[in-house]
Design a protein around this ligand. Structure first.
Ligand code: SIN
Length: 281
């Protein structure tokens, strides 16, 4: 899948390794055929990028609702007046960024979110790029023995070590994520059949997966870390450089992402809307 496709002024331009750019489009004025092309590109590529967009908060919500119900995050602070929009920010005095390791959003939920739409609101002069990984390619390139080993495994996804009062994001400079009532676990297949594309994808991530179901924290790491190391290979990745007006819309079941934390001393603010998904199998 590496040919450009066009629908009127709209062009879908595949990127090496992961995702596609959608060019020649105004997300505030989508025709039915453009919306259909965006939905197809999203299903085909697992992540799509837009440039030079001007979405207000209300327009961000309106765009998200074209793809499903909004899944309000239980931990993130939200933007004033907009519960639907999570604030993903780091201020110039802070050192800890949000999402600064490979993960996929909401995998710890019983019904994990379909996708996330991230809009750049304030960017550092340099840095603050986001890496994305293609989890279809990560699965497809596993050797047959590993594929057989993981075919019927399930994994335990948890948020207790990341959010909550005793976790990573509750420290001397951040307390806003510490919602112990929302801490919990979910079990999902290690290999999912993607609900939109019908393709198989590797569905474990270093941020939230603790162990395989039926195995202890001591038994799981050799295979789990082998899967993580495989997907961390740069041949599955793309690096997105944010500019004013940039938007990334990723499928949490088909990708991982990693927000680089290389802009200390500067503010970075992103607005994120997460869209509800379906149970995975
Ligand atoms: C996230 O992990 O959802 C945020 C990614 C980013 O800020 O680039």
């Amino acid at each position: 899948m590496n040919a450009h496709t066009t629908v009127g002024q709209l062009t879908v331009k595949p990127l090496p390794n992961c995702g596609a750019e959608v060019l020649g489009i105004d997300l505030n004025n989508l025709s039915d055929s453009e919306l259909a092309a965006v939905k197809k590109a999203y299903a085909d590529y697992g992540i799509i990028f837009f440039r030079d967009q001007k979405l207000t908060e209300d327009q961000h919500i309106a765009f998200a609702k074209k793809f499903g119900e909004i899944d309000i995050n239980k931990f993130f602070p939200h933007i004033d007046g907009y519960r639907e929009i999570a604030k993903v920010g780091k201020e110039k005095e802070q050192k800890t960024n949000i999402g600064g390791g490979w993960h996929t959003d909401h995998s710890y939920d019983q019904v994990p979110a379909m996708g996330s739409i991230l809009v750049a609101r304030q960017l550092p002069p340099e840095g603050g790029d986001t890496l994305f990984a293609n989890m279809y390619a990560a699965y497809e390139t596993l050797d047959d023995e590993t594929k057989a080993q993981i075919a019927n495994l399930k994994a335990v996804h948890s948020n207790g070590h990341v959010f909550g009062s005793k976790a990573y994001y509750n420290n001397e400079e951040r307390t806003e994520f510490a919602n112990d009532e929302a801490v919990g676990e979910a079990v999902h297949p290690v290999v999912i059949t993607h609900p939109l594309s019908g393709k198989k994808a590797l569905y474990v991530n270093p941020g939230f997966v603790l162990r395989f179901e039926g195995q202890t924290m001591q038994e799981s790491p050799p295979l789990l870390h082998k899967l993580f190391a495989h997907a961390m290979n740069a041949r599955f990745h793309t690096r997105f450089q944010w500019k004013p007006g940039s938007i990334a819309f990723w499928d949490n079941r088909a990708t991982w992402h990693f927000a680089l934390n290389d802009y200390h001393g500067h503010d970075r603010l992103m607005h994120r809307i997460t869209i509800a998904g379906v149970a995975l199998n």
